[in-house]
Design a protein around this ligand. Structure first.
Ligand code: IPM
Ligand code: MG
Length: 361
């Protein structure tokens, strides 16, 4: 088994180092290989996703990814910007199914910006389609408008599109995840988030998800418009179980859901293809403003490594050990600044990583 380690930019290298430390202590015998990605790869090789990095990722059983991006690259041509690295990996590896669990640890209820009773016990799973939608739809570009409100003016355009098989496969992923959660005591409900009241793309989405739902009589299905879903997420987030949605709505809603848990610094994610090969990354970004200061929260990345062990590397016990260790350090009151509250102990990135290692027992 081989893991490709892609630390990336900003806080990426700091948080990935802590996750690798945790993995090494477990001595699972995996081979690891590290490569540059994002702005770091652009600096060294002139491209955010050099072919060697892509081939390493393709040949690995799993990819552990930090984060990419920095404001200093915002003026580069789009194909050279760091974000293209993660988009290119998703596309080239066919990582269509993105799992973003939002779990509020009891120790962190007071770090949430919402009232304790709204988030206490929160455990929802956002499943975001990751290789289609307006993110990848062609055509896109800039041109001079020939129609619309201002013919002759410069305009830009992107294309929102989904095909039936793309919707079918992500719907299956969502229903199966809900079924699994039900078996583990969960509610077993999928909420499909769309904008079918306005968009053709999402009318097809809704129709296809409804059809696939007929194959899962044991799982409940409801539909919600994305604007309402955004409102419900901050009004009554515990009413959700599994949420399935398109690429762009999923991007937006998963940031909102992350914040319910106290800090986006706590949220892992898994992006899988149809062979269960996966890329694992924290849901947060590269946070260039705090990079190099040793204050970033490594727990989302450490929890992403646990997801990797469970989903792609068939090591559920090791995954559970990591998750338990994270729970332990939170119970010990250790907090990076993003989750700090009065009465707890503020620690840095490395200290937090070391504490998790120690808690592994
Ligand atoms: C995410 C990020 C990415 C996205 C960016 C970095 C391209 O926001 O993973 O949510 O928009 O998908
Ligand atoms: Mg995002």
């Amino acid at each position: 088994m081989k893991i490709a380690i892609l630390p990336g930019d900003g806080i990426g290298p700091e948080i990935v180092a802590e996750a690798v430390k945790v993995l090494n202590v477990l001595e699972l015998g995996f081979e690891t290989e590290t490569a540059l990605v994002g702005g770091a790869a652009y600096e060294a090789h002139g491209h955010p996703l050099p072919d060697a990095t892509l081939q390493l990722a393709k040949g690995a059983d799993a990819v552990l990814f930090g984060a990419v991006g920095d404001w200093k690259y915002d003026t580069l041509d789009r194909p050279l910007r760091p974000e293209q690295a993660i988009l290119g990996l998703r596309k080239n590896l066919g990582l269509f199914a993105n799992f973003r669990p939002a779990i509020c640890y009891p120790q962190l209820v007071d770090a949430s910006s919402l009232k304790r009773e709204l988030v206490s016990g929160l455990d929802i799973l956002i499943i975001r389609e990751l290789t289609g939608d307006i993110y990848f739809g062609q055509p896109r570009g800039r041109r001079i408008a020939t129609d619309g409100h201002f013919p002759g003016a410069e305009e830009a355009f992107d294309t929102m599109r989904y095909s039936r098989p793309e919707i079918e496969r992500i719907a299956h992923v969502a229903f199966q995840a809900a079924r699994k959660r039900k078996a583990a005591g969960g509610e077993g409900r999928v909420t499909s988030v769309d904008k079918a009241n306005v968009l053709e793309t999402f009318q097809l989405w809704k129709d296809v998800v409804t059809e696939i739902g007929l194959q899962y009589a044991d799982v409940a299905l409801d539909h919600m418009y994305v604007d309402n879903a955004a409102m419900q997420l901050v009004k009554a987030p515990k009413k959700f179980d599994v949420v399935v949605t398109g690429n762009m709505f999923g991007d937006i809603l998963s940031d909102a859901a992350a914040m319910l848990t106290g800090s986006i610094g706590m949220l892992p994610s898994a992006s899988l293809n149809d062979k269960n090969q996966g890329l694992y990354e924290p849901s947060h970004g590269s946070a260039p403003d705090i990079a190099g200061k040793g204050v970033a929260n490594p727990l989302a990345t450490i929890l992403s490594a646990a997801m990797m062990l469970r989903f792609s590397l068939n090591q559920p016990e090791a995954a559970a050990r990591i998750e338990k260790a994270v729970d332990t350090v939170l119970s010990q009151g250790l907090r990076t600044p993003d989750i700090y509250s009065e009465g707890t102990t503020k620690v840095g990135t490395v200290e937090m990583g070391n504490a998790v290692v120690k808690a592994l027992g």
